[in-house]
Design a protein around this ligand. Structure first.
Ligand SMILES: Cc1ncc(COP(=O)(O)O)c(C=O)c1O
Length: 402
């Protein structure tokens, strides 16, 4: 075959591949060598999609017809109605169905939303630690991520820090509560303080609420619900992946200002068309039935969170906040930086991640990936036994550092 000098777009070359995936591949390779690696890297529930949802999907396949057909680009009308009802029931947000769109996962919803509001060179505020895809989407789109560190303010964006970050080029800001990677929940007062700073600007808020159902203390508050002004500037993003253990079904949804949602629909109509119809039908059952497994899962996650936080805080050189939601903890391991694990110098969190994998057989994600060097992200969406074992291995590792 002739070697062509195929040029990739500048746009796509601005994206870097995910280190999380590289780490996961390394962990897999170690497992294939027979090593008992414990992955605390997962971003997905370790539970099965509820039976009521799976049964409804099977029935739709057997029925034939609709499940195998296109739907409107924005999604099935009955699902859009269920989404609007969900926003009103759970979040106190009134969206008409033409203010809603269903997409191929919340990631796709977020991409559609941000792509509908930014132009080349526009600035978007990204509170750090951040979900890795926010800056990468912005890089792809030619917008500039303006990273604002929140690690010294309990992982909460303060109004002062926000004011300092806003410029005439600011077009949007990401809000993510409960947060990936820290699990932090922003309460109503904290979100209202942000909304107050935004008043009088035309800055759009992309409020990623995918972990809404996984809150262990207090309640989830939608950014758009804190004031009429916040409602008018916010695209609220959610999905079925984390709430209903439906990561593979790929359904996300959004509600927001009509002109942004209609732009998102236009973009979607020329990229993916409708999300998979069968998955939409499954999501419809999940939203309508709010499966009974959810409270049990939440209790399970809460217990695991407590196990991990307690174990991490008992280790030398570690400070671990107890987050209010999601299924991650984000310990500060700056006390390990500069120490030696055997003959490995732990010069930063990436080295710590590598050493934990090689020596403690536990896979975690270094905080630098999320814009927070010196921290680690540990997912507790794994069994209690795996958590107990991982904590034992990490403790032995920590005790041997010098
Ligand atoms: C903060 C955050 N937003 C969005 C998503 C994407 O969710 P989905 O699987 O529905 O695309 C994830 C998944 O990891 C996430 O952690």
């Amino acid at each position: 075959m002739p070697e062509l000098n195929i040029k990739l777009s500048k746009r796509v070359q601005r994206i870097k591949p995910s280190v999380t995936l590289a780490l996961t591949a390394k962990a897999r390779a170690l497992r294939e060598q027979g090593k008992d690696v414990i992955p605390l890297t997962a971003g997905e529930p370790d539970f099965e999609t509820p039976a009521v949802v799976r049964k409804a999907a099977i029935a739709e396949i057997e029925k034939g017809g609709k499940a195998g057909r296109y739907t409107a680009a924005a999604g099935l009308p009955e699902l859009l109605t269920a989404v609007a009802k969900k926003f009103e029931r759970d979040n106190g947000l009134k969206y008409a169905t033409d203010q809603c769109i269903v997409s191929c996962g919340a990631k796709h919803s977020i991409f559609n939303a941000i792509a509908s509001v930014v132009d080349d060179g526009d600035e978007v505020i990204v509170p750090a630690p951040y979900w890795v895809s926010y800056p990468e989407m912005l890089n792809f789109l030619g917008a500039k991520p303006v990273i604002v560190d929140t690690s010294t303010t309990g992982f909460v964006l303060t109004p002062e820090a926000l004011k300092r970050a806003i410029t005439p080029r600011t077009r949007a800001i990401f809000v993510n509560t409960p947060s990936n990677p820290t699990g932090t929940v922003w309460n109503e007062a904290q979100q209202r303080a942000i909304a107050d700073v935004l008043k009088g600007t035309d800055i759009v808020v992309i409020s990623d609420e995918i972990y809404e159902k996984l809150v262990y203390e207090g309640t989830h508050v939608s950014f758009a619900a804190v004031s009429p002004d916040a409602y008018a500037r916010t695209v609220t993003i959610n999905g079925v992946a984390k709430a209903y253990a439906m990561t593979g079904w790929r359904i996300g949804y959004s509600g927001g200002p009509k002109n942004i949602i209609q732009a998102m629909i236009a973009l979607q109509s020329h990229s993916t068309s409708n999300p998979t119809t069968l998955s939409q039908l499954a999501a419809l059952t999940a939203l309508q039935k709010d499966p009974e497994e959810l409270p049990q899962w939440r209790e399970c996650y809460r217990k695991r969170r407590d196990m991990v936080v307690e174990a991490m805080n008992a280790m030398p050189g570690v400070k671990c906040a107890k987050p209010g939601g999601a299924f991650y903890v984000f310990p500060d391991v700056r006390g390990w930086v500069g120490k030696r694990a055997g003959d490995v110098l732990l010069s930063d969190d990436a080295k710590i991640g590598e050493a934990l994998l090689a020596q403690a057989l536990v896979a975690v994600v270094p905080g630098g990936e999320f814009g927070a060097p010196g921290f680690l992200r540990l997912s507790y969406a794994v069994s209690d036994e795996s958590i107990a074992k991982a904590m034992g291995n990490i403790r032995d590792f920590a005790n041997k550092l010098r």
